[in-house]
Design a protein around this ligand. Structure first.
Ligand SMILES: [Zn+2]
Ligand SMILES: [Zn+2]
Length: 196
């Protein structure tokens, strides 16, 4: 894994942004300016000014575009989407060291609209990931009844399930129960501990 920690962090933010809307239930955790502020705090966004309903609307529209990058398995389409995210955010990368933090890159100038900051940061992190690691690391959870986005940062590229709903656990428990049912009528019932 060659990604720097700022990129990893921005990728987690992009995933969280996408997963703030559960496409299977329609539950949206970014419905108000207060909810958006909480989300930004959780993801260490500095200097967030007043947030309006317009910001919420813009961020939700951005979320759809970020999800598209996770949904496509075609690198050409992903690249087009990612380049558009960065370009339309009027990105202007610059080194900054505010609030006692070490030098790091901001991808938009001070005073940029929140949605542009989010778009530029997510877009750049996705661009770097595609360049350095490949699009395959961006996935949609494979668990039944789940369509959350995930970024697979595992060494062996083995991640298939999101953590939001502990899907890996759900799937393994279901498989275990199915094996138990099958095992109950077979000659060689399998005994194994229930996965936690
Ligand atoms: Zn900063
Ligand atoms: Zn899932």
């Amino acid at each position: 894994m060659t990604l720097d920690s700022d990129t990893t962090c921005a990728l987690r933010t992009a995933v969280a942004l996408v997963n703030a809307l559960d496409p299977t239930t329609g539950e949206d955790r970014l419905e108000t300016a207060a909810a958006l502020r909480r989300f930004l705090q959780q993801h260490d966004f500095s200097a967030v000014g007043t947030l309006t309903a317009g910001d919420v609307k813009a961020v939700r529209a951005l979320r759809r575009r970020v999800r598209n990058v996770f949904e496509t398995s075609e690198v050409g389409s992903a690249v087009t989407l990612v380049n558009a995210l960065v370009a339309q955010a009027s990105a202007l990368p610059q080194l900054v060291d505010h609030d006692g933090e070490p030098w790091h890159l901001h991808y938009t100038p001070p005073g940029a609209a929140l949605v542009d900051r989010l778009a530029a940061e997510s877009g750049m992190a996705l661009a770097i990931l595609i360049r350095d690691e490949g699009l395959e690391r961006l996935r949609i959870c494979e668990a039944p009844n789940c369509a959350n986005a995930l970024v697979d940062l595992s060494r062996n590229r083995s991640r298939r399930y999101c953590d939001v709903r502990a899907c890996g656990n759900r799937v393994h428990v279901a498989a275990y129960r199915a094996r138990r049912r099958a095992g109950a009528s077979s000659d060689h019932p399998k005994r194994e501990p229930l996965p936690r």
